[in-house]
Design a protein around this ligand. Structure first.
Ligand SMILES: [Fe+2]
Length: 282
């Protein structure tokens, strides 16, 4: 069986079929899948129906698993596997409060953020709950040269929750909060494999720009964010039960949507893969 690879949007993302991730795959296939993830940034494998043990094995094709930051949403028998369940989400004024409801890259305030995140869809509502991705490599490539040259030398302090965050984060226990790092990250990173530059943005966690006053720094962040989240850079994933989707956090941002009927339920297993410290593109 040879896997089939079909692009799912003009710039990035590929659907991989004719492969069964529950089977033992040879080293060449592992290498090919890793290289596809670096190239396409989002890989969609329909009809895999991966349970927690299968998900761990599938994740290990791409790298080492990383512990989930929110330990309260971890499966007791599979400490590296988290879950997103509607049942844990609060309602505010009748609206579901989902985690990750604006474009971001996971745990950008870690010295070594996860290089990839993956989800296995168990229960999906009949409508809504899509995950959107934008290609922040293409978004950088499309910036005017002068602006590229200016921003490649800049850094931003990433904290647990920015003073100007557009979203609120899960409140942490004092013990968990004490463990949360803050770190300066380059505004433009270089992908360790593809070597492509990419914008590195997370408006929920960025506390301005290092060498700029606050208003100027946030204005720059917001304008880059607005540029990068244009629909021309987007792939919107409409989930089907059984989907396994993995994405490269150094090449795309992603966001969740709370636009589904909470009574229907939505449940996905989640893993993350260990990443290295980010490299500046400059
Ligand atoms: Fe996320």
């Amino acid at each position: 069986m040879t896997m089939e690879i079909s692009p799912i949007s003009p710039h990035f993302g590929a659907k991989i079929t004719a492969i069964d991730l529950k089977k033992d795959l040879d080293r060449d296939t592992h290498a090919k899948l890793k290289s596809l993830l670096s190239e396409f940034a989002v890989l969609v494998f329909p009809k895999q129906f991966l349970g927690p043990a299968d998900l761990v094995r599938a994740g290990e094709i791409f790298g080492d698993l990383m512990p989930q930051q929110l330990q309260k949403y971890v499966l007791p028998d599979f400490p590296m596997v988290g879950y997103n369940s509607t049942k844990d989400l609060p309602l505010k004024d009748g609206k579901l409060q989902v985690r990750g409801e604006n474009y971001h890259t996971d745990h950008s305030n870690s010295v070594c953020p996860p290089k990839a995140t993956a989800l296995s869809a168990v229960t999906i509502p009949s409508k809504g709950g899509d995950t959107q991705f934008v290609d922040v490599r293409q978004a950088f490539d499309d910036l005017p040269l002068g602006l590229q040259e200016k921003i490649v030398h800049l850094r931003s302090l990433h904290v647990h929750e920015s003073s100007r965050s557009p979203r609120t984060f899960t409140k942490l226990s004092e013990e968990d909060f004490a463990k949360i790092p803050k770190v300066y990250q380059p505004l433009v990173i270089r992908h360790p494999v593809s070597k492509r530059p990419a914008l590195y943005l997370n408006t929920g966690r960025m506390e301005g720009i290092e060498t700029m006053d606050a208003d100027e720094g946030f204005a720059l962040i917001n304008s880059l964010y607005e540029h990068a989240t244009d629909t021309k850079y987007e792939y919107r994933h409409r989930w089907a039960e059984g989907d396994f989707v993995i994405w490269d956090n150094r090449s795309v941002m992603h966001q969740a949507n709370a636009d589904y009927n909470p009574e229907e339920g939505r449940y996905l297993y989640r893993i993350m893969l260990e990443g290295d410290a980010l490299q500046a593109f400059a």
